[in-house]
Design a protein around this ligand. Structure first.
Ligand code: CA
Length: 242
């Protein structure tokens, strides 16, 4: 099971009812949660009892989500928590993503508790991989084995095929599959694949996405898995399998 009582989640949300709903949804899944309702209190809680993951509302009284996120990232801490940012519709998701805020993912309100739990699990699964507990990612149609550097496509439940992909395409697929449902900007993908010293045209990402689509999509021109987010970047969609 991925749900671990050792995983501490901090919820920062000024709308009390939403905070309670989030807390209830996560506690039902076995996560241990604390909630606070403004940025300064959150900063204090972060310093005294560092969490593994923070669900952080963008609009907060006092210190807003972006500023809190930046401060947390600069602060020395025994844990480097994942940050899931909550934004309201119309808060210019594209701009927020482009800002490299230090958040790991974004969820647009209104969202369902199920969606929230799925995102939290996806983030914590990445942390399990980093500490060496898991070395593969599984979704309904794909398996990526990071040790063997091999990727499989499952066409039918009992019919799998090793994908013939380049190193770069493997890294791109691994990045996508590490986090189904997350929206990636081109800049974020470049950081992941080439590092922050990349110099060139970010449209290079489109070229590699197009090549990967040809190898994994049933209909590359009408992609089912790697979706284009107009004006933002890309999103990989396939249900994770535990
Ligand atoms: Ca708010």
């Amino acid at each position: 099971m991925l749900t671990s009582p050792d995983m501490e989640i901090l919820i920062v949300e000024d709308e009390i009812e939403i905070a309670q709903l989030i807390q209830l949804s996560l506690e039902q899944e076995g996560f241990s949660c604390r909630a606070c309702h403004d940025g300064l209190t959150a900063l204090h809680v972060f310093q005294t009892q560092p969490p593994d993951l923070i669900v952080l509302d963008l609009r907060l009284p006092g210190l807003d989500g972006l500023e809190l996120c930046a401060r947390i990232r600069q602060m020395p801490s025994p844990k480097d928590p994942y940050i899931l940012m909550l934004t309201a519709k119309g808060e210019e998701l594209d701009r927020i993503i482009g800002l490299s805020t230090g958040a790991d993912d974004y969820l647009v309100k209104p969202f369902s508790p199920r969606e929230l739990v799925a995102r939290v699990r996806a983030l914590l699964r990445r942390s399990l991989r980093q500490i060496g507990i898991t070395h593969t990612y599984n979704t309904q149609h794909f398996t990526v084995d990071l040790d063997q550097r091999t990727a499989y496509r499952h066409w039918e439940p009992n019919q799998s095929e090793i994908l013939d992909i380049t190193t770069l395409e493997f890294d791109l697929l691994s990045t996508f599959i590490s986090y189904p449902g997350r929206v990636w900007s081109r800049e974020q993908l470049i950081d992941k694949l080439w590092g922050s010293d990349f110099f060139g045209d970010e449209r290079v990402v489109d070229t590699h996405v197009a090549r990967l689509r040809k190898k994994i999509e049933p209909q590359p021109t009408n992609p089912r898995f790697i979706k284009t987010m107009i004006g933002i970047g890309y999103k990989f969609e396939d249900p994770p399998v535990q």
